[in-house]
Design a protein around this ligand. Structure first.
Ligand code: FES
Length: 168
């Protein structure tokens, strides 16, 4: 099936228009934060677990993004996809798999889904276990200062990915 840049952009806009699961989760069990050294975008993920039939599964996951529309769209899809999975199951998913509904990714946008994958991996592998900040205004614009404050005051791990691909 052929796919034009316009079709890709339309799917991204639809997924990012009213992203579900966007915002800080104050009672999260774990937090993962990554930044891209390439484009400077950042993503933070909050994960809450629950017990189900003796297994620990993901009850809910939310995100904040200081990044591009593709990262927001991919994060929104990913948060839905991992719900109900064990952390181990969720860790097997690649960023591109989680963003499959967006269709084939342009090469310049692959790193946007890698940002989502790596923030999730950080959270699912432990991340920062203690939500550090009191509830803040839920907007993209405060993530940078929030990350800076959190990193200083509570050791939130901030990992900059080293990517070779140019930002799109
Ligand atoms: Fe960097 Fe999308 S996450 S351009």
């Amino acid at each position: 099936m052929s796919d034009t840049p316009e079709e890709f952009q339309k799917r991204v806009e639809e997924a990012a228009r009213n992203p579900e699961n966007m915002g800080e989760m104050t009672d999260a069990d774990s937090i993962g934060t990554v930044g891209s050294a390439n484009c400077g975008d950042m993503l933070r993920v909050w994960v809450k677990y629950k017990e189900d039939a003796g297994k620990r599964i993901i009850d809910k996951a939310t995100f904040q993004s200081f990044g591009c529309e593709t990262a927001i769209a991919a994060a929104s899809l990913a948060m839905e996809m991992i719900r109900g999975k064990t952390p181990e199951e969720a860790m097997t998913l690649s960023g591109e798999e989680m963003a499959a509904d967006l269709g084939p990714l342009p090469p310049t946008k692959v790193h946007c889904t890698a940002l989502v994958e790596n923030a999730l991996r950080d959270a699912l592998s432990g991340g920062d276990q203690s939500p550090a900040q009191p509830p803040t205004e839920q907007s993209n614009s405060n993530l940078m200062s929030d990350i800076t404050k959190s990193s200083r005051s509570s050791g939130v791990k901030l990992v900059f990915l080293d990517e070779d691909q140019p930002a799109g």
